[in-house]
Structure formats: C-alpha cells, structure tokens
Design a binder for this molecule. Structure first.
Ligand SMILES: [Mg+2]
Length: 236
C-alpha cells in the first residue's frame, strides 16, 4: 500500500550540527574552576541534578545551563564561591553562545535530495535567540519551508506544527538524535519517528526504544534518510 509522506521535520542540535561537544568542553572548564572543592564526577552529578530541577523554570538551552552551573558552584562551596569564579562561569556561557557552527557530514546534500518531494521543517528547542543565530550561521535557512523553535517537543506540538506547515502529522516524519524528544512524541502523535544517534547525547534525552513500532526506524547517519523516506512511502 502506498501512503503519503509529505513533510519531514529535522531536529537541529546534534542532528544537523554539533552541539553537545560544546557543552562537554564547558563542563571541563567548569570542573577546572571548582577543582579545589570537588572531583569532576561528583560535580557533574550535582550539575545534572540542578539541570533536572531547573528545566521546568528555564527550559532547554545555554542560558539555563549557565544558571545551573552557577547554582551548583554555590552549593558545592557552601555559598563561598568567589565572584571571580561566577564571572568565569558567565564567560564560559557567553563563549558557548558564540561558538561556530559545524555541520554534520552530508547535511546539505541530504536536505537538497529531499527538498523536491517534501516540505522540510526545522524543529528545535532551546533559547530562541541562540537557535536562530545557529540557523542563520549554518547557511541552511533556505533548505527549510519553516523553522520552529519550541519550549518542549510534545505530541501536541508535533501535531500542531505538521498541521500548520504540512498535511497533518500522520503524513509527517521527524528525524533527530533524541529518543525522548524527536522520536517518541512524534510516534505518539501518529507520525514516523526516526532516530539518528549521535555519539554525545545529553542524559535527559535518553529513553528506551519502542518495541516493534511500525513507524519507528533508526539509521546511522542522516545521509540514509532519503532512502528511508522512500521506503516509508511504499510500505506502512
Ligand atoms: Mg538534538
């Protein structure tokens, strides 16, 4: 049976371009700053706890990450962290907000190959200003029919976005490196969910793969997506 697949959504961070590696570099810098107080593994565990606590207040992105680093530094030092260290943490956050864009291999060719037969959407979460900066610097803007920066990737969001820009979520596919944000909510909404794992993926984005879901697929890199999209159309 032939089915319609009209619209493809792409996650951006660690799907189209590198992102998590910059967080990892900043975490190293953060650990150096507090090396007199705590070992790195303990510090990372405390930072992760702070990020989890704060996600509903700050959302996803570098600004919230920076605030969580500051909060963790205050906790670890029992409130004695010097202002100079806070200033260094703020510098580290600002550096992240201006890091250069490094596209993942094959991104441009893949988007160009899919463009003639599909509407292409970029769907990302994070700080609006930072995500739009990255889109502009990536040079990928013109490959997309629409760009959506959302607070959370939920089934309702996907349903809305694919209705607004496509022909409904059941004729849509979402591809990304996060099982919990890019794949599972899209499957729940009734679309295809395609996981493209990235070596570095933030712990909060991990989740168990669905068992035998007919609309779930995993590919090893983005360049396999055109072939997969063609297969989605020939068998559902
Ligand atoms: Mg991602």
């Amino acid at each position: 049976m032939s089915v319609a697949l009209t619209t493809i959504g792409f996650d951006a961070d660690d799907t189209l371009w590198q992102n998590e590696q910059f967080f990892a570099l900043t975490q190293d810098r953060f650990a150096d700053l507090l090396a007199d107080h705590v070992e790195k593994p303990d510090l990372m565990a405390r930072l992760m706890q702070a990020e989890r606590r704060n996600i509903s207040h700050y959302g996803f992105g570098i600004k919230g990450f920076t605030l969580s680093m500051i909060e963790t530094a205050i906790e670890i030092t029992d409130g004695k962290v010097p202002a100079a260290v806070i200033a260094e943490i703020l510098d580290a956050g600002r550096d992240m907000l201006s890091h250069p864009i490094e596209l993942l291999p094959g991104v441009q060719d893949t988007l160009a190959a899919l463009r003639p037969d599909h509407k292409l959407l970029l769907i990302t979460k994070g700080d609006l200003l930072d995500q739009m900066r990255k889109v502009e610097q990536s040079g990928l803007r013109d490959h997309f029919d629409a760009i959506e920066v959302v607070s959370h990737k939920t089934p309702v969001e996907y349903t809305e976005i694919f209705r607004r820009h496509g022909t409904g979520v059941d004729e849509g596919l979402m591809a990304g490196n996060s099982m919990s944000s890019d794949v599972l909510p899209m499957l729940d909404a009734g679309g295809w969910g395609v996981l493209i794992p990235h070596g570095l993926t933030w712990a909060l984005e991990h989740a168990k793969a669905p068992d035998d879901h007919p609309r779930f697929a995993e590919i090893t890199d983005l360049t396999q997506l055109p072939e997969l999209a063609a297969r989605c159309k020939s068998a559902d």
